[in-house]
Ligand binder design. Structure first.
Ligand code: ATP
Length: 375
């Protein structure tokens, strides 16, 4: 049982580095929550304050309703793993993992079963007799993760624990972490800058930037309804396209118009923005590459001439099941990701004129000044 509350926590380093700026969030018992953000966003500092390795300048940390802001790390029933966890060089992998259990005088049979179960999940069962110097960096890291997981902690804090593993192992570990979490009924707060990790593992994601929360939500919600331009640009691969535009009434319809294009808004968006259209204001359109399609520009391509955004092919990249087109539109390049089976039956060559088809119900609009989502 573990419930975490971070209440208006701030950390100022030295005179002026505001690493964490009044952060408030809660993690429910058995919830798997991600702190997701770019380098320098304040994620590690937040985790260290929860673990008791750093003192907040302001605010409180509560675990199971008890104020732990000033409690020693060992009194918090929190286990933390981070990327460069060091192992005890003179102990075998097995003993490194068993160490926290020996400290707690765990009975031998239970200790052995727990170490072996975790080793199996981490695929290091064969390596348990080895000393750390006989292991690769990735194997050492898995032993370090194992040492944390064998502990029966209420709350697990993980700081990019798999970022140095190779791609295949990372994908295996993503699945295993998720299974492990439900098996151990663990509460996990996991720090990462990798949106794929967050999207695949998290129950909820807290997106942070500059020490402040940008959005909290389920992965799908963060992807489909980003609260602002930062979240929209940070989450999603390939990244969202942004185009400067104005929202205005265009021949009786409300349209988002910019350099060389005018996209009529769908009825729902038009209703939400009808007041804005009377006094044009600067926006940015956000278009996910996955929500766009590509079509030719010739007569045989029919009514495609009438809609979408016109441009020319700048580059084509084939990724197996999908093709990514970079299309020059005015001064910018728009990425379009098309599944192989959704492609028109023709070849596209560099400099070919094309039209980008836009599903206007799926476009995003951000206020250019504040960055906030307008629809
Ligand atoms: P990364 O993904 O690169 O680890 P992060 O989101 O974990 O980044 P933090 O390590 O929490 O970010 O750092 C947040 C800010 O605080 C950064 O600007 C960093 O330079 C600064 N900072 C962190 N620790 C200290 C310190 N001990 N003294 C001074 N500034 C610090």
């Amino acid at each position: 049982m573990a419930r975490l509350e971070v209440d208006a926590v701030t950390k100022i380093f030295g005179a002026s580095v505001r690493a964490v700026d009044g952060l408030s969030f809660a993690v429910a018992d058995r919830e798997f929550v991600f702190l997701l953000g770019p380098s320098g966003a304040g994620k590690t500092t937040t985790l260290r304050m929860i673990a008791g390795l750093e003192q907040p300048s302001d605010g409180r940390v509560l675990i199971d309703g008890r104020d732990m802001t000033w409690a020693a790390p060992r009194d918090r029933n929190v286990a933390m793993v981070y990327d460069r966890n060091s192992l005890y060089p003179h102990l075998s992998a097995y003993e490194n993992m068993a160490y926290p259990l020996r400290l707690r005088r765990t009975p031998g049979a239970e200790l052995d079963a727990r170490v072996k179960r975790v080793a199996e999940i981490l695929r290091i069962g064969e390596l348990l007799d080895r000393a750390p110097r006989q292991l690769s960096g990735g194997q050492q890291q898995r032993v370090a993760i194992g040492r944390m997981l064998v502990r029966d902690a209420g709350l697990y804090l993980m700081d990019e624990p798999i970022s140095h593993l190779d791609a295949k192992l990372r994908s295996h570990m993503r699945l295993e972490f998720k299974k492990l979490q439900s098996e151990f009924a663990a509460t996990i707060l996991y720090v990462s800058h990798d949106q794929l990790e967050a999207m695949t593992m998290a129950d909820r994601i807290i997106v942070v930037d500059h020490g402040a929360i940008q959005q909290i939500g389920a992965p799908r919600e963060i992807f489909q309804r980003p609260a602002n331009r930062f979240v929209a640009g940070f989450v999603g691969e390939p990244a969202m396209n942004f185009l400067a535009c104005e929202v205005r009434a265009d021949g009786g319809k409300i349209a988002a118009a910019g350099d060389g294009f005018s996209l009529p808004l769908c009825a729902e968006h038009a209703a939400a923005l009808s007041a804005v259209a009377r006094t044009p204001k600067a926006f940015e359109i956000g278009l996910r590459p996955q929500h766009l399609a590509i079509a030719g520009n010739g007569a045989e391509d029919g009514d495609e001439r009438e809609s979408g955004i016109g441009g020319t092919i700048y580059a084509v990249e084939t990724l197996g099941s999908a093709t990514v087109f970079d299309v020059s539109v005015g001064q910018t390049v728009i990425r379009v990701q098309a599944n192989q089976d959704a492609l028109p039956n023709r070849a596209f060559r560099i400099n070919d004129p094309v039209r980008i088809r836009v599903d206007t119900r799926r476009l995003h609009l951000f206020d250019r000044e504040s960055g906030r989502a307008a629809i």
